[in-house]
Design a protein around this ligand. Sequence first.
Ligand SMILES: CC(C)(COP(=O)(O)OP(=O)(O)OC[C@H]1O[C@@H](n2cnc3c(N)ncnc32)[C@H](O)[C@@H]1OP(=O)(O)O)[C@@H](O)C(=O)NCCC(=O)NCCS
Length: 180
Amino acid sequence: MPVPFPIEPAVAADAPAIAAIYAHHVIHGTATFEIVPPDAAEIAARMTRVRQAGLPWLVARDAAGGVVGYAYASAFHARAAYGRTCEDAIYIAHDRLGQGLGKALLAALLDACTVAGQRQMIALIAGTEPASIALHARAGFVEAGRLASVGRKHGRWLDVVYMQRALGAGDATPPGDEPV
Ligand SMILES: CC(C)(COP(=O)(O)OP(=O)(O)OC[C@H]1O[C@@H](n2cnc3c(N)ncnc32)[C@H](O)[C@@H]1OP(=O)(O)O)[C@@H](O)C(=O)NCCC(=O)NCCS
């Protein structure tokens, strides 16, 4: 069933709504290892960095145009040889969970990253987040490792599960724009 929320590239004016969605998860959850919520200006700066890297930042909107969830990709690591490998992030407004938004945003992000020439996507997921692990497994990610107790938040030690999915041709072909 199609999700009744359009998904489209974020614009700068979305930064406050994105900051508000993220702040809830920073304060109350363990999906992110940030502890102090970044303000809208910092979110805007992060959006600019993603765009300048040629990677997508998408939002899902409600009927009034408000942002109800977002997803973006960033470089998995800064060093040049990692250039075809990205890391995803997806956050849904706390009052919109379980409505198919995460699934729709991840599918759109996978498509956009493939079009952008990325070949692998990595998800770093707190071991405390079964919804995120299930979301990624449903989308074809497989577990690629687990780091034990590398995070500390809300009075508990947190594992990080690495999940990985190939994009497009994956490693079956070299990138089309690679110098010969
Ligand atoms: C993880 C998250 C993005 C999922 O988004 P969502 O819109 O709530 O999820 P959806 O309704 O699209 O469900 C997609 C799949 O996720 C899984 N899922 C969703 N909620 C779940 C839950 N509470 N428990 C277990 N699995 C769950 C299911 O496999 C579901 O697929 P199915 O309906 O075909 O079985 C959302 O819960 C969220 O924002 N969580 C906090 C932040 C976070 O963990 N982000 C990921 C960090 S990269």
